[in-house]
Design a protein around this ligand. Structure first.
Ligand code: SF4
Length: 322
């Protein structure tokens, strides 16, 4: 960058004003070189928000309202108190559910490789449970999607009465009612820049040994996890079930089985990821979902909302004029 700037300054001083104007004129060419250059320097949101990978929860927030998600990144302090309380209450219910099937052991980690080693170790421990027909909770998942690494956790995996592998997702609700229909739509080490030769921390190694495994580096554990997943012969997920639960007392409000439409889901994900790759501008909600704006902390400052209101006014005036 500094090289480019220096060359420009020397070039400008060597030209007289008229030549400068001409040069600028030439630059305003029909091919739009300036515009293209400007686009090129726009930082990708993934880099702007210093994210090496995305969490599934990022994609969920984005599905609710992309503009709101961006505001939350830009102004983290504006998050509503109730939202934080609701998230804490939801996390407690998730932990209580997890404790029903697993013992939670605290392991101290020293490096990012240590933290990822724990995730892989959890996967290794859950594979035999699933192979024997049991169910597991908080199953870590990760994969590359359209060039971006995405990480998440499946609430529960188990088998249906028909013997199909079922993904169960727990949704906690602040109100004791089911949501309306509109609310329902909502390569490893390279991406994460992890060091394969990183020796794992003492506590992590001890935890691994207690599981009957012998590995010393992060790369060894990654290889072991990949081999286990490849040869586990676990069935593919056949169905998805949503369980709605009342946050105040944990009572079950209802269940819903969802058809997994892979083509639509992948199209939607590609669209979401195109924002993170800087391939399009941020979007707010469409007019049919404008009700979300009334629950939004950014409604008074939202540029998307203002523009949509102005567009609607212009449309209205044009109609009247006709
Ligand atoms: Fe999204 Fe509406 Fe909030 Fe704007 S006001 S961020 S469009 S929910």
């Amino acid at each position: 960058n500094s090289h480019g700037l220096c060359t420009n300054e020397v070039g400008t001083s060597a030209l007289n004003q008229e030549e400068v104007k001409k040069s600028i004129g030439k630059l305003k060419d029909p091919g739009g070189i300036l515009q293209r250059k400007r686009k090129q320097v726009v930082q990708k949101p993934l880099d702007k928000f210093r994210m090496k990978y995305l969490w599934v929860t990022n994609l969920c927030s984005q599905t609710w309202c992309e503009q709101q998600m961006v505001y939350e990144f830009e102004f983290p302090g504006v998050e509503k108190q109730e939202k934080t309380e609701a998230m804490n209450a939801g996390a407690s219910i998730h932990l209580a559910r997890e404790l029903e099937v697993h013992d939670v052991v605290s392991v101290s980690t020293q490096t990012r490789e240590d933290s990822w080693a724990i995730k892989f170790l959890n996967v290794l421990a859950m594979i035999p449970v699933l192979q024997s027909g049991g169910h597991v909770r908080e199953f870590p998942v990760f994969r590359e999607l359209d060039g971006i690494f995405v990480v998440g956790v499946i609430d529960e995996l188990g088998y249906s009465s028909k013997g199909e592998l079922e993904l169960r997702e727990l949704k906690t609700r602040t109100t004791p009612s089911l949501p309306r229909s509109s609310q329902k739509s909502s390569h490893t080490f390279q991406h994460l820049q992890l060091r394969l030769d990183q020796v794992l921390g003492v506590q992590v190694k001890e935890h691994i040994e207690r599981a009957g495994l012998t590995v010393s580096t992060f790369g060894d554990l990654l290889e072991l996890t990949c081999l286990n997943l490849a040869f586990s012969e676990l069935p593919v997920i056949d169905c998805i079930k949503l369980e709605y639960c009342y946050q105040a007392d944990g009572t079950l409000l209802g269940c819903e089985t969802v058809t997994f439409d892979e083509k639509n889901v992948m199209e939607h994900l590609k669209f979401c990821l195109s924002y993170w790759k800087g391939q399009r501008e941020v979007r707010g909600v469409d007019i049919e979902e404008a009700w979300k704006c009334s629950h939004c902390s950014f409604s008074n400052v939202c540029e998307w909302r203002t523009k949509k209101s102005e567009d609607a006014l212009v449309k209205c005036h044009t109609k009247k004029a006709k």
